[in-house]
Ligand binder design. Sequence first.
Ligand code: DX5
Ligand code: ZN
Length: 225
Amino acid sequence: MSKPLIAPSILAADFARLADEAAAVPGADWLHVDVMDNHFVPNLTIGQPVVEALLKVTDIPMDCHLMIENPERWAPPYAEAGAHNVTFHAEATDHPVGVARDIRAAGAKAGLSVKPGTPIDPYLEILPEFDTVLIMSVEPGFGGQKFIPEVLPKVGLVRRLIDAGELTIVVEIDGGINDETIEQAAEAGVDCFVAGSAVYSAHDPAAAVQALRRKAAAASKHLQP
Ligand code: DX5
Ligand code: ZN
């Protein structure tokens, strides 16, 4: 049993006030940073200089979600900069194990992400090379989209391997997580819940983080309050 991890996504925050927006979620376990390159996804967000600036103003462990091409070249520098976790997409590389090893060698946790339409089965045997597996529950690229429940069997598959003692990994979900969808994700076996609009469009983002954590813990037997 572990505590649910809540990772507010700053994609939904005010980019002109990122330091304040990080400070607005003091109870967050990870701060989720969506890096998009306008090639892997049809959107462009922020990159390493902004991550470096943010690392200086917050102690919340940084969870960098790289929606970019060529993670071989671009992922390890985020680890070197001091990110806690560096996640890249399985669809973006033919060498996921090499990238994971480079991230770990640079001092961060390594994460593997799959889009909603990408099966997890072909990657199960390499998951021991990773610390987190990020199951996308919307098409990557934009915040504020509707949760896709059809991805939950992938969560269940990984959860069963963990429960059987065959794998140690954090199961993370990203996209459309809010008060109404977090319970089904928790029940399916998620450990870490990314929430962008549900946290940053709330009147009180800190309270929203706590409320999400309580709901997740109450919904699942593998999580505790
Ligand atoms: C989408 C990003 C998500 C996004 C989630 O490509 O990876 O992290 O910020 O936003 P919400 O929680 O609003 O769906
Ligand atoms: Zn993300």
